[in-house]
Ligand binder design. Structure first.
Ligand code: ADP
Ligand code: MG
Length: 240
């Protein structure tokens, strides 16, 4: 589903991604771990064409991401993204936040969009907040709305960039629970996370990125129990 070959990304003199190669299959749940500043967010942003790349190749769902002929809007419709900050539109209710893009971009009929929004809000446990404004919600509730909003577009893959790191500790669990249920339904997911519990329990594969390259990857058991790379060991000794 996702094919990445020798991805390089520089910001001026800073060489952030230094040759990332990986393939991700449908229904995989990938956790990306690694130190701050190692290029994890940049990597996700390249997959979604939020950054242009210096060299290499990314193909998502058959879209060559950095080919000028690719319709980036179509690509982005098939890739949902959830950020650390919730990014809801503050002047819109939960319902309005959810139905905006599907009606605007996908030309979904309003009644269909509302029905879909309602069913997704049931799924994330927030149907009672349908007419609330973001400022009336806790961070965890806002993040669950953000996930529902991304799902409105019926993406085939979801990217999460530290979705729980801006949350108070007691709100992390409710967001992880929504992500777990998505994973169990077979959603293809790439999750940059500091939640080692989630990485260990939910991912089919853990990728450790440091200094802009994949230093090591494997099953949660391989990475957490039997890390081979010295950098992986050092990182895990700090976070576990
Ligand atoms: P991570 O998500 O692993 O913490 P990032 O991908 O955010 O790392 O950043 C990797 C490096 O790239 C950092 O040194 C950061 O300062 C740099 N960087 C990220 N975005 C930009 C940008 N738009 N311009 C310049 N440097 C950037
Ligand atoms: Mg980051």
């Amino acid at each position: 589903m996702i094919h990445i070959k020798n991805l390089q990304k520089q910001f001026g003199d800073i060489h952030v991604l230094r040759g990332i190669t990986c393939d991700i299959q449908e229904k995989e749940v990938i956790s990306i771990i690694g130190p701050s500043g190692s290029g994890k967010s940049t990597f996700l942003r390249c997959i979604n064409a939020l950054e242009d790349i210096t060299s290499g190749e990314i193909v998502v769902n058959g879209f060559k991401v950095h080919d000028p002929k690719t319709n980036i809007n179509h690509l982005r419709e098939s890739v949902g993204m959830v950020f650390q900050r919730f990014n809801l539109f503050p002047h819109m209710t939960v319902l309005q936040n959810l139905i905006l893009a599907p009606m605007d971009v996908k030309k979904m009929a309003k009644t269909d969009a509302i029905a879909k929004a309602e069913s997704l809000l049931v799924k994330v446990g927030l149907i009672d907040k349908i007419d609330a404004y973001p400022s009336q919600l806790s961070g965890g509730q806002q993040q669950r709305v953000a996930i529902a909003r991304a799902l409105m577009m019926e993406p085939t893959v979801m990217l999460f960039d530290e979705p729980t790191s801006a949350l108070d500790p007691e709100l992390v669990g409710e967001v992880l629970a929504v992500m777990k249920s998505l994973a169990q339904e077979g959603m293809t997911m790439i999750v940059v996370t500091h939640e080692m519990g989630f990485a260990r329990e939910m991912s089919s594969r853990v990728i450790f990125i440091d200094q802009g390259i994949i230093q090591e990857q494997g099953s949660p058991e391989q990475i957490f129990k039997y890390p081979q790379n010295e950098r992986t060991k050092l990182f895990l000794s700090k976070v576990l």
